[in-house]
Design a protein around this ligand. Sequence first.
Ligand code: B3K
Ligand code: ZN
Length: 882
Amino acid sequence: MRTDTGQIIHLADYRPTDFVLERVDLTFELDPTATRVESRLIFHRRDGVDAGLPLVLDGDDLSMTELRLDQIELPASQFDARADQLIIRDLPQSAPFEVTVVTVLNPEANTQLMGLYRTNGVYCTQCEAEGFRRITYFPDRPDVLAPYTVTIIADKATNPVLLSNGNFLGGGNYDEGRHFAAWFDPFPKPSYLFALVAGDLGVVEDSFTTQSGRDVALKIYVEHGKEPRAAYAMDALKRSMKWDEERFGREYDLDIFMIVAVSDFNMGAMENKGLNVFNDKYVLADPETATDQDYANIEAIIAHEYFHNWTGNRITCRDWFQLCLKEGLTVYRDHEFSADMRSRAVKRIAEVRHLKAEQFPEDAGPLAHPVRPTTYREINNFYTTTVYEKGSEVTRMIATLLGRDGFKKGMDLYFERHDGEAATVEDFVRCFADVSGRDLSQFSRWYHQAGTPLVTASGDYDAARQIFTLSLQQMVPATPGQPVKEAMHIPLSFALILDNGTTAEPSAVDGGEVTGDVLHLTERAQTFTFSGIASRPVLSLNRGFSAPINLEFKQTPADLVHIARHDTDQFSRWQALTDLALPNLLQAARDIRSGKEISCDPAFISALLEAAADESLEPAFRAQALALPSESDMARELGGNNDPDAIHAARHGIIERIAKAGRPVFETLLSQMRIEGPFTPDADGAGKRALRNSALSYLSYVEGGAARATDAFNTADNMTDMVQALTILAHRFPDATETAEALSAFLQRFEENPLVLDKWFAIQATIPGRDALARVKALLQDARYVASNPNRVRSLVGAFAFSNPTGFNRADGEGYRFLAEQILMIDPRNPQLAARILTSMRSWRSLESVRADQARTVLAEIQRHSGLSTDVRDIVERMLTA
Ligand code: B3K
Ligand code: ZN
């Protein structure tokens, strides 16, 4: 039985626990099907709490075999034990007392991958958000913090490695071939940060000396034989530790920091104190098997989980409504880290692409919710791009408002004030208000109001008075539960670019607050005037994407070309190229639907090719410019009545035109961007490979056959090039013999490597067109398809539903029906995974009516299904009712 009864939890109902937890002492006797967990908890009643109130502990699917109070067995009359709750009555008024609970678990049968489970013979835990209650009865909420002692007893031959949080206390041999290890974590933590790992694993070891001179042992545990593939992760970890010291003054606090890579994991990774558990996809890499994107992901996620040690662990969340307090902030920190490790501009472009592709649709659809929600039914459904990515953007805006030094001071105060506490978003914001003296109350609406603000801008230049006038309006769309919105405080970075490419320095700016190059839009409508502007300027607005908004600003192609050439902000140059591309793409989509011939503005094509060939720009930037807005970007911009087939055909047609006009440019790039010597995963090399592969892809649109991509596939000496070539073959020439041969050669070479096999599945699952569904169904029958492995499910079912717009959104609804079958099959074993994949339908209302009707029918069928998990029920009902 699941704990979650589907009740709605409200932020307004928050109150502290009646009992204070002082200490936790856990003993695990591991067994694949009958693990015994003895938990000893010391509590005292909180001051002022009524003596009659019982102790209520959370459970989920638990079976208890022993219960003692101060070591004496409790009479049945004194407690009620259910699978999801333990209530103990008649407890001491003020003196501390000890509750001992023994539960017996079956890790082998735990397919949800929450609580204690087994993956490839390794015991492993996942407790965030509410998995600890699947291990033992506990006040399983983030505001209950205590130091933990953990003893693990297990068969020594099969489990030589026994790990938990904190510092190693000691270990030794036990009876019957068993051994034990004891760990103590002195830093009070909530239960969601508990972790245990046991099994037979290989280890990579290193060390780090902190800024104050303490030595920290670093260990990454992987399956035997995979040790060399953890080298990059180790390097990323050491760089993260150093960066957090230098940038935020944060030093690591335990004697040891461990990472364990496992193959069955519901998400990317988990920041358990001192013992991060990772999806092995984000640890293992070598040139033969990992792409540049894989390396970048590993670097970012290793950093993210490490940074949680301060933002999440030392200061945690008071309740789950505050999730963005740790997630948004930590994403901001990992973004800054990657920006410092790589190209800041290219990193920013990638972030904004991701935000717009994932968060903007969420914010515009039925699942929209504030960065800091006020209600939830299933907390696991709130680990969203809104909480993470928009949460990070909100943090970034605070840094913009306060400036680098002000932000640093605010962070220092936050660490000083709240270390060791479970804090709230209000606590966080107050630190920045206190150090800056700024009133951040209007700004805080970013946490509370859902929906992407729409800013409409128009400019006017008065040559006689040498004044440039900018009129701005803002509107936040209605979202579920929030029909009416208030005006936001929107920081807009700007530049007035003159004819000669220099930036105008106005003699005065009126109409609102301006700090440095940032305009503060705080009213619904506001007009800024810039005086002393000698000639007509081109306005570049929302530079660096200083605010996560939709901007409607009708600029001429000539002005956009001017920005693309001259803005000192590289991000804005990319944005201008995108703004040039979009109207062409969108018009082409409309033309196709009305049966017209499509066309493309030559001025856009030449601006794009100019950027592609511009050797003063870094290759990675040029590759980003060439990567046109995606089909889902187009769908988002079209905003409704969308036909994925028309969108696909339109984009295809525009690419063909660019390819035709740019053939010589692409030919040149292909030879210029060749890299000699062995592969290294650095950003420079990655940029060159990206640009070269982009050229290769464009060329496939002007060349009739698969020859060039086949050659690229056959000569590739690294996984990035190989995957790109294989993708071109599969997506552009799905029926060519060369494609079949390449797919089978790839399979043969990498059959033993699950992470590469995932790529093989995903490339095929995303081949556009009507045949996609049949292909996906056939792959589902492949012996290598493992339904119990979340990575594999995501690489086939997830990739199809999220990343194959034409294949999935078939007008006959078969794509949706297939997804529904899969969801209903996955749900009983792994509700979190099922719910996550179902969110692929979150934009169903913006489809044209035939598809939208099909989607609605299928969602209603899912909803009618009896026995849905709370996770899936929550998603499907929100998608249908909003
Ligand atoms: N905090 C975890 C996510 C847990 C998800 C629980 N459903 C990973 C992270 O954001 O670092
Ligand atoms: Zn996180």
